[in-house]
Design a protein around this ligand. Structure first.
Ligand SMILES: Cc1ncc(COP(=O)(O)O)c(C=O)c1O
Length: 455
């Protein structure tokens, strides 16, 4: 497949094989898991954002597997490095509780394992003085361990934000405020308060600022004489620098500054959940790099292939056995791929590409002035296109799919676009054309806006 020439081509979407495959899948999979209408054929040609599905349709994938594939399909540099990896005895264990060496000296390995992955993660978080990592297997576990280490430092309360998504283990789930379906009926850890997550000027003024003693919702609660919560009881504030599931909404810069002031005044740990916004997605290595906010803990996963809780050594509990995971860091190949992904992002200067292409994507969508679109937002290649109603959003995702463009919904009425970090100008232009045509198509089916709230 020639990346510079290939174009999406669709016979029927979803095709009959994809439907058959989905039926087969559902004979065994838990019924509540998501179903996507495309089934990627891993043995068929794929490159960058292009892949082939089981019916032979060629698709332009602007989902990057929900940020789990930041380098797209068959990234040549990654492939080359992986090809040189001679998979050792498959029974050989990995994980951070075990020492694994595949090369010498440890700091200069061509086949980086869990330890080298941790070293790289401290390199890209050194501007926050982070020097220590706990590796696990998923985003939810990265969050789970982030809150555990903060609780271990003292305090039994946590703060989360409206619209947040932090994962599905019971601890992480207790921090979610994006959709009822994630939480209903499940027990939650106590002591979690939620605060607004202002993204716009209007929300910052109306929902966050107050006339109270602290001047904002959280500072009022923590105020020493007039507040309602003893700040010493607060273990952390967890925040997504750009909300993912909640609707691709960037944190308002002043909101971030206010959180920084609270962090400094009350010595409260800030956890930046970078599981969707990290690893270059926003044009900086971390979404929080855009803000005047210093995180004490960063969580990342997805494209890293493993879960990672990164922090300063003084934030982690010292006692042996306080946190642990048998398969933390996955197998050798997972940590190897995570480390190489970080290498490719840096060696190929992808942050710059994300900034340039992101600007082009955002501006092209704004210039297209598409019917029913109420907002186009987001830093880098984490772009949310908000519509005037959920029905229209659903129809647009469907119409895009029929044209071979894969997109995803988020929030209540937003489409998220997150192509691979090395996306080209031609690919952006192709996607904008297909997206525009899908929106026009949807406009003929959906004429009236539903009133179902924002995002
Ligand atoms: C911001 C954020 N936090 C946590 C998670 C949970 O990650 P995982 O699905 O790997 O458990 C996600 C997943 O989408 C996420 O977007």
């Amino acid at each position: 497949m020639d990346r510079d020439a290939v174009e999406p081509s669709v016979e029927s979407m979803p095709g009959s094989r994809a439907q058959q495959w989905a039926d087969y899948h559902h004979q065994y999979s838990a019924p509540s898991t998501y179903v996507y209408d495309f089934v990627w054929d891993t043995s068929a040609p794929a490159i960058g954002p292009f892949c082939t599905d089981v019916d032979g349709n060629v698709l332009l994938d602007f989902t990057s597997h929900v940020a789990a594939a930041p380098l797209g399909y068959n990234n040549p540099t990654l492939q080359e490095k992986l090809a040189a990896f001679d998979l050792p005895d498959p029974t050989k264990i990995a994980g951070q509780d075990f020492y694994v060496s595949s090369d010498w000296p440890p700091e200069d390995s061509d086949r980086p394992g869990p330890t080298e992955l941790m070293e790289r993660l401290t390199d890209v978080t050194s501007h926050y003085d982070m020097d220590t990592v706990f590796l696990s297997n998923s985003g939810a576990e990265a969050v789970e361990n982030a809150i555990k280490i903060c609780y271990a430092s003292g305090g039994h309360r946590g703060v989360t934000t409206e619209g947040a998504f932090h994962g599905r283990t019971l601890g992480a789930l207790s921090l979610n405020r994006s959709k009822t379906v994630h939480r209903k009926g499940y027990p939650e850890i106590p002591g979690i308060m939620s605060i607004p997550y202002p993204s716009t000027d209007e929300a910052y003024d109306r929902r966050w600022r107050t006339d109270g003693p602290g001047g904002n919702v959280l500072a009022d609660k923590l105020h020493p004489s007039q507040g309602v919560v003893d700040a010493a009881e607060l273990a952390y504030v967890i925040v997504e620098p750009v909300q993912g599931e909640g609707g691709y909404r960037p944190a308002h810069p002043e909101f971030a500054r206010d959180l920084q002031a609270i962090r400094e005044e009350y010595d409260v740990a800030v956890i930046a959940d970078e599981i969707q916004s990290g690893l270059g997605r926003t044009g900086e290595m971390w979404g929080v790099d855009h803000l005047d906010l210093t995180p004490d803990v960063i969580t990342c996963a997805k494209g890293m292939r493993v879960g990672a809780t990164v922090s300063r050594s003084d934030v982690f509990p010292e006692e042996t056995g306080r946190i642990s995971s048998t398969w933390g860091a996955g197998d050798l190949l997972s940590s190897f791929q995570g480390a190489l992904t970080l290498d490719v992002i840096q060696e190929e200067n992808l942050l710059e590409n994300v900034q340039t292409r992101g600007r082009h994507l955002r501006e092209s969508l704004v210039d297209a002035a598409l019917p029913g679109v109420t907002d186009v937002r987001g830093p880098g290649l984490m772009i949310g296109v908000e519509f005037d109603g959920k029905d229209r959003r659903e129809r647009v995702v469907e119409a895009a799919l029929e044209r071979g463009l894969l997109t995803l919904g988020c929030g209540h009425r937003t489409v998220r676009l997150l192509p691979p970090l090395d996306v080209t100008e031609r690919e952006i232009d192709l996607a904008v054309d297909l997206f525009g045509s899908a929106v026009e198509d949807a406009a003929s089916d959906v004429t009236t806006a539903t009133t179902d709230g924002g995002h």
